[in-house]
Write a protein that binds this ligand. Structure first.
Ligand SMILES: C[S@@+](CC[C@H](N)C(=O)[O-])C[C@H]1O[C@@H](n2cnc3c(N)ncnc32)[C@H](O)[C@@H]1O
Length: 218
């Protein structure tokens, strides 16, 4: 990717603004109102095809995880937390605000790392931020948050295999999913169901039922 940090900050400044996260007003995020302009600008400025700017939106997964963490802080307080496919960093920021001892935001997209840093700053929290494939992560942690990361078949299979491996090692793995096709269907304990406000442009509806599970150690 041809992006410099300065370019990414400029992109974020131009196409997003800091607002209270939907359903999680405790957190401020730099969010976009529309997908297409920020996606086109990302591709134009990098002169290359790019994945959607996931970092510019609060997806239902991290809304659910962040809401759950604020309402149940004991799940993360004093714990080392890894946010898998962190996007904007919403779930990671919620964990940091609720007393996690260390929070790692992991995402493939280097622009997400810049957005996470800016979002952490506006909320006055510190995150450790890693750009890379989280299925290769070897970081020690106690709790893994995985919000809305089952939207493509092969990556979802790799993700679920990695998450199940973590659960088998005794880590608490919380998965939140709004009904994506490749989400896991078994080995789950349902903890919460939310009706979450979403952008019609992204989801073709305005409310999205999203479930939050603990992945069982089978
Ligand atoms: C739909 S977005 C969800 C973002 C955030 N969790 C939320 O719910 O708002 C999926 C995110 O997962 C990231 N991602 C997908 N596969 C990944 C992987 N193997 N390692 C790290 N990040 C990944 C993408 O780059 C993207 O930011």
């Amino acid at each position: 990717m041809l992006y410099t940090v300065l370019d990414a900050e400029g992109l974020i400044a131009e196409f997003t603004h800091a607002v209270a996260a939907p359903f999680v007003p405790e957190v401020q995020l730099y969010l976009a109102d529309e997908l297409v302009p920020v996606w086109h600008a990302t591709e134009w400025r990098t002169a290359a095809p790019q994945p959607p700017p996931f970092w510019a939106f609060a997806w239902p997964g991290s809304m659910a995880l962040a809401r759950f963490v604020f309402d149940n802080p004991a799940f993360v307080a004093g714990k080392r937390v890894l946010d898998y496919g962190s996007g904007s960093g919403l779930a990671a920021i919620a964990a940091a605000r609720c007393g996690a001892s260390d929070v790692l935001a992991y995402d493939l997209d280097p622009i997400a790392a810049i957005a996470q840093r800016l979002n952490a700053e506006v909320n006055g929290v510190q995150l450790s931020i890693v750009t890379g494939d989280a299925t290769l992560a070897t970081t020690e942690c106690d709790v893994i948050l995985a919000g809305d990361v089952c939207y493509e078949r092969e990556p979802a299979e790799a993700t679920i295999t990695w998450l199940r491996g973590q659960a088998a090692r005794g880590r608490l793995v919380l998965v939140a999913d709004p009904g994506r096709h490749y989400a896991p269907t078994d080995g789950l304990e349902l903890l919460e169901t939310y009706q979450l406000p979403v952008l019609r442009e992204l989801e073709s509806q305005e409310l999205k039922r999203t479930r939050l599970w603990r992945l069982l150690n089978l």
